[in-house]
Design a protein around this ligand. Sequence first.
Ligand code: NAP
Length: 497
Amino acid sequence: MTATIRNPSVVIIGAGMTGILMTIKLRNAGITDIVVLEKKESVGGTWRENTYPGAACDVPSHMYTYSFEPNPNWSHFFARGPEIRKYFEHVANKYHVKRDIRFNEAVTDAHYDEGKWTVKSSKGNTYHADFVVCATGILHHPKFPDIQGIENFKGKMFHTAQWDHSVNIDKNTKVGVIGTGSTAAQAIPELINTGADVSIFQRTPQWLMNLPDFRFSDAMKSLMTTFPIISKIHRNTGKFFLEHVFTKAVTGHFFQKHFLQFMCKANLRLSIKDKILREKLRPDYQVGCKRVIINSTFYKGIQKENAHLITDAIECITETGIQTKDGKHHDLDVLVLSTGFNPFNFMRPMNLTGRNNLHIDKAWDKKIKAYRSMMLPDYPNFFLMLGPNTPIGNFSVIAMSEVQGDYVVKMIDKWRNNEFDEFEAKPEAIDEFNAYVKKGLKGTSWVGGCQSWYLDPDGDPILWPYTWGRWVKEMQEPQMQHINTQSFEHTHSKHAV
Ligand code: NAP
């Protein structure tokens, strides 16, 4: 008997790490009608945008790699931004992903009606699709600080995610950096190394963990090329550490939590010689409450003569620098805003409307939530990748996307096999899922007395509070009792195989 399966049309939004992955996964599953809409001119997402000096990944490089495309040529234990971008270019080329990408074409509208998504783009094109996969990432809307007088600054000013490489910074430059998060911790030492006079405006200190970063020798790289098992061992070691030490530490496991605390406190004690500076850098909240910064350069840099840590609150920004509340004026030529991102702008600014014209702003006016981080009622046949409550605080986002990608393929396969035409999460399933997540959040470090980008407007962390293993297990198979499905009279084309 000939099985009849359908070949769906899929629009993927974004050609970053997840968009590339989804194109490959869908193709491997036999789906050929794919359009990837990418707002910029190249692939790479966050690694294309973030070109600030010192940009690197704080997840071990062999773990920050697609499982199906190991890279024996990573230069360091923690890969640098430009080579990560090159890796995504390589994968996109090798797997002919670019064939399906429409570059410089941003999605302006996506609307669902009667089994079809209508997607409109900035180029005026309209696409009709059975499924939309939103792979737009989490941290891609730079957050600019609301500081009085910011518009008056006459020097050069830019956000770290929009680094202005035309600005020359050398020993004659006075640079100010606002912020001391993961990004700043990487960029500041590079600025200090230029010899510039660098003033760091710290509002809240952060916990830093020093994991040794090292260069892979050419001999090691060729060994890894000949024996891929070696990069696999690197990958599995990183995975073991993240899964069984780091993730468990921030989700409340006693031994790991104390181990992480010890590592961060010892790092501060052993790295910073001057007692006054050390106390300025000591956070007063639990280790792991904000994302622990994995870094081996910041503490060294900040002790150099041309670095100044300023902990007095900022009063205002003037034409020539920053005025702090202690009355001092700090003259600056360049002001770098390392002030993070708006993490709750998932999918925006596109005009996304589900059934009955339900706008995403309305759907989320009370709470940003999704069933299993990916699905929303009234947004049928739609997947949000790396949505709220994905384990983003703890693990490699590539590994997360791979798990979610398999889930997407399984759901689409059900459609292809004519099990339904339309699916969406049940509203009560989202509430149950949220209650389940919320229960676990109580014991985590993220509610440990700090302000961070992890917290939604209600103060609830948008993270996964249980183990990585549990998340993977629960994502193995779609639990159809939580999902509404519907079948129409078939209007879709069918392809016999
Ligand atoms: P962030 O962690 O949100 O840090 C923003 C910094 O800006 C904080 O120090 C914050 O102070 C400060 N700030 C914000 N508004 C301010 C204001 N009005 N006045 C004074 N200070 C202000 O942002 P990020 O450093 O860009 O990192 C965001 C995330 O990106 C990280 O957590 C991580 O997930 C990701 N990232 C990853 C890597 C990697 O290696 N994989 C590298 C970089 C970034 P408060 O703490 O007081 O709010």
